[in-house]
Design a binder for this molecule. Structure first.
Ligand code: SF4
Ligand code: SF4
Length: 288
C-alpha cells in the first residue's frame, strides 16, 4: 500500500519540535479553525495558491496565462501553477505537494544516519497530521528505527489516535481550552474528543509533552491554566508543559491565501505566562 497525502512544508534542522535536531514535515489540512492560527496555509487539505501581494507591480503576466474563470483570483484558482513561473518577482507559489508515503519516507530517510547521530529524528506536524490518518500511519511505519514524534491537537477518533500512538516515540499534544463553550467559540469545534484522547495519552506509557498556545485573555486565565494543570497532575509519562506565547505577527500570511485575519480577541493585551500553577502541582513547565 502506498497512501498518498498533501504536505505543505518540510523543515530540516528544526530544534523546537522534539529532542535533538529534526526534520519536521507539515501535513496540510486541519479540522480546527483556531482564531490565533499563524499557519493559514495549513488549514485547507488541498494544494492552494499563495501570493505575496505587497510588492506586486500589477504587470498582469499572471492574469495573462491563467486559464481560470476569474484570472489570478485565489477563489477561482485551480492551482494549475501556470502563473507561478511567469511572475518576474517570484511572488506566487503553490503551497501543498502530494506525496506517496513510500516516496516521502525515501526522501526523508536520506538524512536518517545524521539525525540519529545527533539524537534527533522526525516530527510530523501540520495542519493536523491525524487529518490524513492512513498517510500518517504509513509514513510513521516507514520511519521505524528512528525517533518519531507527532504534534497533534488530539482532534481525531479513538481508532486514529491509538494507531498513531503505536507508531511514535513522543507525542506533543496541544491543550487549548478546557471550557467546552470557549473551545467551540475560539476553535470552531467541541473539545470532547480532544479531552478523551488526552485521557488515553495519560493512560498510555508513551512519553508526551503538552503545548499550550497562550492567547491573551482567551486561555491564559488562571481558571483555564488551573483546570489544565489539575488535569495533568500525577501523570508519569508527561515530560513537561510548554507555554507558547501568542505572537502579534500571527495574521501575516492570511491575505497570501485569500483569507482575512479576524482574531476575535485583543492582540495587544498583556499575556499571563503563569508557570507556577503547573510547578506547584509538580509538573515541569517552561515558556518557549
Ligand atoms: S495557479 Fe491559479 S491563478 Fe495561477 S494560473 Fe493557475 S488557476 Fe490561475
Ligand atoms: S505576475 Fe507577479 S508582479 Fe505581475 S501582476 Fe502577477 S503577481 Fe503581480
Amino acid at each position: 500500500m502506498d497512501s498518498r497525502g498533501v504536505v505543505f512544508d518540510i523543515k530540516e534542522f528544526s530544534v523546537f519540535d522534539g529532542p535533538g535536531i529534526r526534520t519536521t514535515v507539515f501535513f496540510k489540512g486541519c479540522p480546527l479553525r483556531c482564531r490565533w492560527c499563524h499557519n493559514p496555509e495549513g488549514l485547507k487539505f488541498t494544494p492552494e495558491l499563495m501570493v505575496s501581494h505587497g510588492s506586486c507591480t500589477r504587470c498582469g503576466r499572471c492574469v495573462g496565462v491563467c486559464p481560470g474563470t476569474a484570472p489570478g483570483s485565489a477563489e477561482a484558482c485551480t492551482h494549475c501553477g501556470r502563473c507561478v513561473g511567469v511572475c518576474p518577482l517570484g511572488l506566487r507559489r503553490i503551497c501543498g505537494l502530494e506525496y506517496g508515503a513510500g516516496e516521502l519516507a525515501e526522501k526523508l530517510l536520506k538524512d536518517a544516519g545524521y539525525l540519529r547521530s545527533v539524537g534527533g529524528g522526525y516530527t510530523i506536524s501540520g495542519g493536523e497530521p491525524t487529518g490524513q490518518p492512513e498517510f500518517l500511519v504509513e509514513l510513521l511505519r516507514r520511519l521505524r528505527g528512528n525517533h518519531r514524534a507527532v504534534e497533534t491537537s488530539g482532534f481525531c477518533s479513538e481508532e486514529i489516535f491509538l494507531s498513531m500512538l503505536e507508531e511514535v516515540e513522543l507525542v506533543m499534544m496541544d491543550l487549548k481550552l478546557i471550557n467546552g463553550h470557549l473551545h467551540r467559540r475560539y476553535t470552531g469545534q467541541d473539545n470532547g474528543m480532544i479531552l478523551e484522547n488526552l485521557n488515553r495519552l495519560k493512560r498510555n506509557a508513551k512519553p508526551f509533552v503538552i503545548r499550550i498556545p497562550l492567547i491573551p485573555g482567551v486561555n491564559d486565565t488562571e481558571e483555564n491554566l488551573r483546570a489544565a494543570a489539575d488535569m495533568l497532575r500525577d501523570t508519569k509519562a508527561l515530560i513537561n508543559v510548554e507555554l507558547l506565547p501568542y505572537h502579534k505577527t500571527a495574521g501575516a500570511k492570511y491575505t497570501m491565501v485569500g483569507m482575512e485575519y479576524d482574531p476575535g480577541f485583543d492582540i495587544d493585551r498583556a499575556l499571563n505566562p503563569d508557570t507556577h500553577i503547573f510547578l506547584e502541582r509538580g509538573i515541569p513547565c517552561v515558556v518557549l
